[in-house]
Design a protein around this ligand. Structure first.
Ligand SMILES: C[S@@+](CC[C@H](N)C(=O)[O-])C[C@H]1O[C@@H](n2cnc3c(N)ncnc32)[C@H](O)[C@@H]1O
Length: 232
């Protein structure tokens, strides 16, 4: 059984914690997108990032999503009819279709085949198109602490080993992409919202301000739970 069959609910747009979290993340991702834009959410899960893009850009962006897990797509389809079952290793789109290919925690699921997925991403991107990767930072102390918290609360889910920034950049560069921007983010916001503490919800807006400051301080920087890489 695919582990994601059991995770649909936590990835769903109907999960308030998840939507609150992507609303915060949106501030780090959406400014890198110029509209009008055609965006592919590659490995879209239950569509939470499709929600993030449509909420932010409305009609200025066309957002398509594919995921290999049928249950995730069934959930995503409740909100986006353009969510489809598909495989990142063999995308069912014509060459040069998208302005942006977005991957949130996808590559780590297909370790060893990242090059194949990135080649496919390159194929469906327009010549000026950009790849945006959002992924968990293996080196993050905060991520380690969060995992410990989740274990104590009995909410921990085992994920594959994550990438360091260096590993992720090497993979992207080896796949014929040029990195335009790379940074760490998510210091406090995912840390608290992900733990499911109701207490944290009223403070989420404030956490976003703290995170914006932390993103700019090199030493604290490494603690960031998430990494964002933008490439063309
Ligand atoms: C950690 S989840 C992230 C989901 C979504 N991107 C998000 O951020 O909420 C990883 C997703 O990748 C999907 N996935 C794994 N292998 C895939 C493949 N070869 N093609 C497309 N999706 C895949 C899984 O089914 C799962 O929904």
């Amino acid at each position: 059984m695919d582990k994601y069959d059991k995770l649909v609910e936590s990835y769903s747009i109907q999960n308030k914690q998840s939507t609150d979290y992507v609303k915060l993340l949106s501030e780090y991702i959406c400014p890198h997108i110029k509209t009008p834009a055609k965006i592919l959410d590659n490995g879209c899960g239950a569509g939470i990032c499709m929600y993030m893009f449509t909420k932010k850009f409305g009609k200025k962006a066309t957002v398509e999503g594919i995921d290999i897990n049928k249950k995730m797509i069934k959930e995503a389809k409740k909100f986006f009819k353009q969510a489809k079952v598909g495989n990142a290793l063999k995308l069912n789109f014509k060459n040069k279709t998208f302005d942006y290919v977005f991957m949130s925690s996808l590559l780590v699921e297909i370790r060893g085949q990242e090059g194949k997925a990135l080649k496919e991403a390159k194929r469906v991107l327009k010549p000026e198109g950009k790849l945006i990767i959002l992924t968990t930072n293996h080196d993050s102390l905060l991520q380690a602490l969060r995992n410990l918290g989740l274990k104590i609360l009995g909410k921990y889910v085992e994920y594959p080993k994550q990438y360091t920034m260096k590993e992720m950049k090497t993979i992207v560069e080896n796949s014929d992409f040029k990195i335009l921007n790379s940074f760490y983010t998510d210091y406090t916001m995912g840390f608290f919202s992900g733990l499911g503490t109701k207490l944290s919800i009223p403070f989420l807006g404030k956490l976003s301000i703290i995170d914006k400051i932390f993103t700019k301080i090199p030493i604290i920087n490494l603690l960031g739970r998430k990494m964002i890489i933008i490439a063309e």
